[in-house]
Design a protein around this ligand. Structure first.
Ligand code: NI
Length: 254
């Protein structure tokens, strides 16, 4: 049993063969998929997918890169889905300073609003943070994120930053990037982070692990991620899969 804690199976990259692929997942040992929404359009498509398949769940949230088009009206619609049975988290939300847009103040405003929503609805948070380590931590601290449960998705910072989130007992989403040869900093962080705080994720269709780097990703590639974490920690891939599966169930209440 293996769980993909972060996928986007409603992405158009799967339009040709989505049903076929999803049917295959259970036979290949994928017991649950957490499908992540990133804005109003994907909130609708992700929820529809979760309603169609019993082993697929979803989050609700607006990705920092999509805050430019966000309106109060759209936001109200997203909030209206939070009480749906298959909705298990707020996300992905956060800050992305890799691009120059949307402007940082706007990203920060919506990040705060959605952290407040997580408190209000008592839901865990899925954090997207790219080139924005200091502001992400500062805003989360100011919004009392230590009182929430959550995961730093596609973790890309140092082990020193990991220590801060470990004090809040947060989880760290580890995916295909860990198999890349140049991922030295991430390998160090994964060596440092206890297995009890790690979740396996794909971010499908993005970030395929070696040997499929550059190709479309899917939950079927998770064993390559588990193998690499096992190698770093000097334990078996089976142990990695067992513990991360428990972690993911605990975080999302599956
Ligand atoms: Ni994602």
């Amino acid at each position: 049993m293996i769980i993909d804690s972060h996928a986007h199976l409603d992405d158009s990259a799967f339009n040709e063969d989505r049903e076929e692929l999803i049917e295959k997942l259970k036979d290949q040992g994928i017991s649950h998929v957490m499908n992540i929404s990133a804005g109003l359009a994907s909130a609708r498509t992700s929820l529809a997918l979760a309603k169609k398949y019993d082993f697929i769940y979803t989050s609700m949230g607006v990705h920092p890169c999509e805050t430019g088009e966000l309106t109060e009206e759209n936001f109200t619609e997203i909030i209206s889905y939070l009480t749906e049975e298959k909705v298990k988290a707020i996300g992905e939300i956060g800050l992305d300073y890799y691009w120059n847009e949307p402007e940082r103040e706007l990203q920060q405003y919506w990040f705060r609003r959605q952290l407040q929503l997580a408190h209000e609805y008592n839901l865990p948070v899925i954090i997207h943070s790219r080139d924005a380590a200091a502001d992400t931590y500062r805003i989360m601290k100011e919004e009392r994120a230590a009182d929430l449960k959550g995961v730093i998705h596609c973790y890309s910072y140092t082990k020193e930053t990991a220590r801060d989130y470990l004090q809040w007992n947060y989880y760290f989403g580890i995916g295909g990037v860990i198999t890349f040869q140049n991922a030295k900093k991430l390998k160090e962080a994964v060596e440092y982070i206890p297995l009890e705080n790690i979740l396996l994720e794909t971010d499908s269709p993005y970030l395929s692990p070696v040997p499929y780097r550059g190709k479309r990703n899917s939950p079927l590639n998770l064993p390559f991620v588990a193998e690499e974490i096992a190698k770093i920690k000097g334990i078996s891939a089976q142990e990695v899969i067992k513990v991360t599966t428990e972690n993911t169930k605990k975080l999302y209440g599956l």
